[in-house]
Design a protein around this ligand. Structure first.
Ligand code: HEC
Length: 407
């Protein structure tokens, strides 16, 4: 599969260069596509009548020789029929105390379709497929290409990718090789998408009902299940499990309310088998071989608990405390807001600070949540309980703090 994909891409690249003459392979030649004429949807790298997109960028980690999915950041966009973006949530990692908004690496350029862009000064190149998706990045010296990043895609019937696998140059056993590094899953809803909700009884055979978790429902396992749930399930099922998200509203088969009476009738074994296998035709993905079996059980135990009223109450509080940041649109430049607050904690490794801040007028109410802070010096200097003033910079799909001043 992998070999096939690479050969095909390489083939496409060679063909392009021989038809287009070599100078344009070192493309700084003007592109015929005017970015201004693109719709939001096209600028986001989507073809056809996409109504909503949920993109999950996930870091891979090796566990017992297997590459499994680790931390996940998700973003959703909803479009109108003309391709204008109606709502957008930035790439964010859901955490128990709020969200971390992450930078998202753009591996797409709608005006570079089919190009091989070589920067003559740095000798760095980027190779795009016929749709403007990056397939390889690296450097080229003495006519030799040396890849530093390689990307494989799986496409749906309309030519949009639904799975993207990224390998990066890294050291293993003393050698520099391309190793799996990230994977992205993209769930797309088209205006004419239809889904089918399948009867549960068919999917959950009698024996799955009796299936028992291989782990105990300790607080540790439930917390781990919750962390998985917030990152992997909440874009569709909501942080509180009630499935009242923008993306859920756009789906032809509505994600199940996991807090409802209906769900409490499911056994942990049945929840486990839904999460493991997914529900075909509905959009509910299966997590088998994406995360460990233990993680699936942790999720199942957490969801089972979620369906009881006690936990529901707590979750409503959590959901209230962590509202979605307001939508932004690509037409807008970066926006800046003054922020005043108190430092609750500093996460130097993740380059972020958790701030309890006052109301940010015109943007969000007062709350405590993490903010990326890239200024290393300031990260080193900040202490818990410091009172600060700063500028919150908000762009499309990211935000960060700048100009931090300790009061
Ligand atoms: C892309 C959206 C999406 C994501 C992500 C997603 N689900 Fe679902 N889920 C759905 C949809 C849609 C259904 C309804 C399927 C149907 O009715 O046939 C569903 C159904 C379910 C059901 C069956 C409930 C019932 O009563 O029938 C369970 C349990 C469930 N999801 C749990 C999860 C968990 C746990 C996760 C994360 C590990 C998750 N889902 C991730 C969309 C999603």
């Amino acid at each position: 599969m992998r070999v096939y994909a690479r050969t095909k891409l390489l083939h496409g690249f060679l063909l392009f260069c021989s038809f287009a003459f070599f100078p344009s392979c070192n493309s700084s030649s003007p592109s015929p596509i005017n970015p201004q004429s693109l719709t939001d949807r096209e600028r986001d790298g989507l073809a056809g009548n996409v109504k909503a997109a949920l993109t999950a960028d996930i870091i891979l980690m090796e566990q017992n020789g297997q590459w499994l999915e680790g931390q996940q950041a998700s973003a959703t966009s909803v479009y109108d029929a003309a391709g204008r973006r109606m709502t957008q949530t930035p790439f964010r990692v859901a955490m128990s105390n709020g969200y971390a908004i992450t930078q998202h690496e753009l591996l797409f350029d709608p005006v570079s379709k089919g190009l091989f862009n070589l920067d003559n000064a740095t000798k760095k190149y980027i190779q795009y497929d016929s749709q403007g998706n990056v397939v390889e990045k690296g450097s080229q010296g003495n006519g030799q290409k040396s890849a530093e990043l390689s990307v494989q895609y799986e496409f749906d019937a309309r030519g949009n990718w639904t799975k993207r696998s990224i390998s990066r140059l890294a050291e293993k056993d003393g050698k520099q090789i391309l190793l799996p590094s990230e994977v992205s899953h993209r769930y797309l809803v088209y205006f004419d998408s239809t889904g089918e909700s399948q009867p549960k009884t068919v999917l959950a055979a009698a024996e799955t009902k009796l299936l028992k978790a291989s782990i105990a429902a300790t607080q540790e396992n439930l917390d781990a299940g919750k962390a998985h749930f917030l990152q992997r399930c909440s874009a569709c099922h909501g942080e509180n499990g009630k499935a009242q998200t923008d993306f859920a509203a756009a789906m032809p088969v509505k994600p199940a309310d996991l807090t409802g009476a209906k769900l409490s009738g499911l056994s942990e074994g049945e929840i486990y088998s839904f999460v493991r296998g997914g529900i075909s035709g509905s959009g509910m993905p299966g997590f088998k071989s994406r995360i460990s079996d233990e993680a699936i059980w942790q999720i199942a135990l957490f969801v089972k608990q979620l369906s009881s009223n006690l936990v529901e109450e707590k979750h409503n509080q959590l959901a209230k405390a962590t509202p979605t940041p307001k939508s932004t649109s690509t037409a807008e430049p970066e926006r800046r807001y003054p922020l005043t607050g108190k430092v609750l904690s500093i996460e130097r490794e993740m380059k972020q600070v958790v701030i309890e801040h006052e109301e940010i007028k015109g943007y969000m109410e007062a709350m405590a949540m993490p903010f990326p802070l890239l200024d290393e010096k300031m990260l080193g200097r900040l202490k818990k309980d410091d009172k600060i003033q700063a500028t919150l910079v908000v762009g499309v799909g990211y935000w960060r703090l700048e100009n931090v001043v300790i009061k």
